[in-house]
Design a protein around this ligand. Structure first.
Ligand code: DGL
Length: 253
């Protein structure tokens, strides 16, 4: 059994890639909807939540954990690994490395929550993988909440997206990293704003491949997918078709 979690719906973008890569795996997806968004919370708060969810998922028999959230990974992946030394933990980090390798202009941007933007882990990632490349870190407060409310085409959001993206494009950015799993669901809106001027970088498939490498026999189940949440688990199921994930066969447990 594999446990995948996020503050809310964002990690479903990682789950979709995971289900594709590991169709036989039994998976629990846990959304911490009573505490979403994480992006405006303190590191200590996020760590407490991540450790509690780790306990819960390990208690349900998960032998591998996927932190399908950049914010939770930045704040708490080390603490989670320390708490469960026998369980492999896959984290999600913004795709700074592929973006820095692919850029032609030498300028990339990363869209993140406020917490990730201020994290030591992101600074280290940029230092280690983006040498010689100019990196613009753009915190995007409120975007994850729009995704939670399934307001993907909200005019106020579209205005804010334009206000944040246009200046980046004017500076010559040609790769824009989705540094929050919720933002994968904003890719169509972002794509309309960006046009052909830059490319989006999403790591969901890379995370699924890494999970497959570590999964071994934990991936041999009957393809059962359970959705759980700290508040309103039924909303998760209802959100699937709205997020173009209607093909994922899951049940609420
Ligand atoms: N989905 C999360 C991430 O990847 C965070 C969204 C939030 O709860 O603020 O960063």
């Amino acid at each position: 059994m594999i446990g995948v979690f996020d503050s809310g719906l964002g990690g479903l973008s990682v789950l979709a890639a995971l289900v594709e890569a590991l169709p036989q795996a039994d998976v629990i997806y846990y959304a911490d909807t009573a505490h979403v968004p994480y992006g405006s919370k303190s590191e200590a708060h996020i760590q407490r939540r991540v450790l509690a969810i780790g306990e819960h998922l390990a208690g349900q028999g998960c032998g591998l954990l996927v932190v399908a959230c950049n914010t939770a990974t930045a704040a708490a992946v080390q603490a989670l690994r320390a708490a469960h030394p026998g369980i492999p933990v896959v984290g999600v980090e913004p795709g700074i490395k592929p973006a820095a390798q692919e850029t032609r202009s030498g300028r990339i941007a990363v869209l993140t929550t406020e917490a990730t933007a201020g994290s030591r882990r992101l600074k280290n990632l940029i230092r280690d993988h983006a040498g010689g490349v100019e990196v613009f870190v753009e915190p995007c407060p409120g975007w994850a909440t729009h995704v939670e409310m399934l307001q993907l085409d909200d005019p106020a959001l579209a205005t804010d997206v334009r206000a944040r993206i246009d200046p980046l494009l004017e500076r010559g950015v040609d790769r824009i990293v989705l540094g929050c799993t919720h933002y994968s669901f904003l890719a169509p809106l972002l794509g309309r704003v960006i046009g052909t001027r830059a490319q989006l970088v999403d790591v969901a498939e890379a995370v699924a491949r890494q999970t497959r490498r570590l999964a071994a026999d934990r991936a041999h189940g009957s393809g059962r997918l359970l959705l759980q949440a700290s508040a309103h688990p039924e909303r998760l199921h209802a959100a699937l078709p709205r997020l173009r994930l209607g093909h994922i066969a899951a049940r609420v447990a």
